[in-house]
Design a binder for this molecule. Structure first.
Ligand code: MN
Ligand code: MN
Length: 285
């Protein structure tokens, strides 16, 4: 099977600063399946755009980007996490900035963990509609509904989430009791995204892993999602987070698009945000 490579990912692995990889896995998705198809849809959509971004004043043909294709996945999430952690660790060890295209949100864990080995003071910033603070979901600890809890407990407590508007009572209590930095979508509306970002940067001054769960974005802009949640943030809010945090970002992912649920707009936005991350990061070098 021939894989379309992400547009402008023309560098070989050794020369690359950025390594894109897809992880076509959606085994623990709780509502709609299909995020396994998102890496390829985003790659195809990436050819819609000019190589030059006037907003960032960067031409992506001048940036060293490698697309490693889709990583091998297994039937179960546990085996899949084991398989992909080998690649995540290699990319980070080789001095690359990994860009993981999911797939579901649980796939974030091995990539953050890999960054932690190189950057012990790593911070984790996540854009999401959902808390993802459950200890387990449907008997599965490595469910996409638990990823934030896992990262706080096992990787780093330098944590902030933005766009939150969904969780059960226990998740909200856990966040309150442990003083975890959670900015709701309403906070973004009332304070403005810039002030939210400044607040995050007061706490997290060092390296950051940025995880974009696409459902942070309002389903009016991004309807093709595993678990869509109304009253979200806008694509411009996400771009602003990417722009402001880019100088600190050492790992990036974009997850949870289920491309079958629209006519291509959500994957297109996903591809654009990946390109914006590449441009913002390259400009900050
Ligand atoms: Mn999530
Ligand atoms: Mn979510």
């Amino acid at each position: 099977m021939s894989t379309t490579l992400f547009a402008d990912a023309n560098s070989d692995y050794n020369k690359a600063r950025y390594v894109i990889c897809g992880v076509p896995f959606d085994g623990t998705s709780s509502f709609r399946l299909g995020s396994r198809l998102a890496p390829q849809e985003m790659r195809v959509s990436s050819y819609n755009f000019e190589t030059y971004s006037n907003f960032f004043d960067i031409d992506l043909t001048d940036v060293q980007i490698h697309d490693a294709g889709d990583l091998e996945v297994a039937v179960t999430i546990d085996e899949t996490l084991e398989l992909i952690s080998v690649h995540a660790e290699k990319y980070v060890r080789d001095g690359k900035i990994p860009i993981m295209l999911g797939g579901e949100h649980s796939l974030t864990f091995p990539f953050v963990n890999a960054c932690k080995t190189k950057y012990p003071d790593i911070g984790f910033v996540v854009l999401d509609a959902h808390m993802d603070m459950r200890e387990e979901y449907g008997g599965e600890k490595n469910s996409h509904a638990c990823i934030s809890r896992h990262i706080i407990e096992d990787v780093t407590n330098k944590y902030a989430s933005v766009g939150i508007r969904s969780g059960n009572r226990e998740e909200y209590e856990y966040v309150r009791e442990n003083n975890i930095k959670v900015f709701s979508a309403e906070d973004v509306i009332s304070k403005g995204i810039k002030s939210v970002i400044e607040d995050i940067q007061k706490d997290i001054r060092g390296p950051i892993y940025l995880s974009v769960d696409m459902d942070a974005v309002d389903p009016a802009y991004a309807p093709a999602l595993g678990t869509p949640e109304p009253y979200g943030i806008t694509p411009r809010d996400v771009r602003e987070v990417i722009l402001c945090l880019a100088p600190q970002i050492v790992g990036f992912d974009l997850v949870e698009i289920a491309p079958e649920y629209d006519s291509g707009g959500t994957a297109l936005l996903g591809a654009k945000l990946v390109r914006d991350f590449l441009a913002a990061s390259a400009r900050s070098q």
